[in-house]
Design a protein around this ligand. Structure first.
Ligand code: SF4
Length: 266
């Protein structure tokens, strides 16, 4: 969000919103990425720097701002192309964090549909640049609001996207966050609704195993948890070879092209 600010700062002075980007991107926020892209391009021209890579931290929701002007939208496309073709070292970590929109809302994160869009653009740009790079998504289990059924759906959805998750974490409450307030109080501070959080070792483990559904040692426990939760239909979806149709499905399994490119740049 480098150099992004309100289009009309006088409106910002009177603003009481806790976030400029949640529950939606404020219409007064300028999401133009030109300043950021220009820095990337400036670095490309520095003789003593071979490559500058972005490992993680891309706010891809900003790139799909429906209310953005044509100029902003053009800057989003240019940023994505510059990022993906020149500043990814083979793998780009992004943090959808969950697939359930209900849980994402509690996290104050955008809908998972935007991850599909970003993955689609990522693959398209890679293909046109003759690169074969991967997106590595990061997910959290046992976040407030996350139930076993949400984790089971997360497992099915990421399976259908051909992901074998590796960047995962169990919730660690951190100070000054809405999630932590819910974790300790069991109440959402904005809506005052009671909100479930998996806290016992067993409940946490019953969520975490879904991140690793592909490991044989978890299969029996996953089947048992799904039966207990009346979600037998997901057993078939998770362990059969069939996949639901998604509007992209290609898994990038090697980084040969990007490795070749890095070698050439040495
Ligand atoms: S939410 Fe909008 S109006 Fe408020 S500070 Fe952010 S950009 Fe300005």
């Amino acid at each position: 969000m480098y150099k992004m600010e309100g289009k009309d700062l006088k409106i910002c002075e009177r603003c009481a919103r806790p976030s400029c980007i949640h529950p939606n991107i404020c219409t007064n926020l300028n999401t133009d990425h030109t300043a950021m892209t220009n820095i990337y391009k400036k670095v490309n021209k520095m003789h003593d720097i071979k490559k500058a890579f972005v490992g993680s931290g891309v706010r891809y929701d900003m790139l799909y701002n429906k209310m953005a002007s044509t100029k902003e939208q053009d800057s989003h496309k240019e940023y994505m192309t510059e990022l993906i073709t020149n500043h990814v070292s083979g793998r780009l970590k992004v943090a959808p964090e969950h697939t359930s929109d209900d849980v994402l809302k509690l996290m104050r994160k955008p809908t998972f549909k935007l991850f599909y869009k970003f993955k689609e653009d990522f693959d398209r740009i890679n293909k046109s640049a003759n690169l074969n790079q991967q997106i590595i998504p990061y997910f959290i289990s046992s976040h407030p609001g996350s139930q076993v059924k949400d984790m089971a759906n997360l497992a099915v959805e990421t399976k259908n996207l051909d992901f074998r998750l590796e960047q995962v974490q169990d919730l660690t409450p951190t100070p000054m966050t809405v999630s932590t307030v819910i974790f300790y109080s069991g109440i959402h501070p904005y809506t005052l609704e009671k909100t479930y959080t998996a806290k016992s070792k067993s409940d946490k483990q019953n969520q975490r195993i879904f991140l690793f559904w592909y490991k044989p040692e978890y299969k029996r426990r996953i089947e048992s948890v799904l039966k207990q939760n009346n979600q037998q239909e997901l057993i078939h979806q998770l362990f059969s070879k069939e996949k639901k149709e998604v509007y992209f499905s290609k898994k990038n399994t090697t980084n040969a092209t990007s490795r070749k490119r890095r070698k050439q740049n040495k």
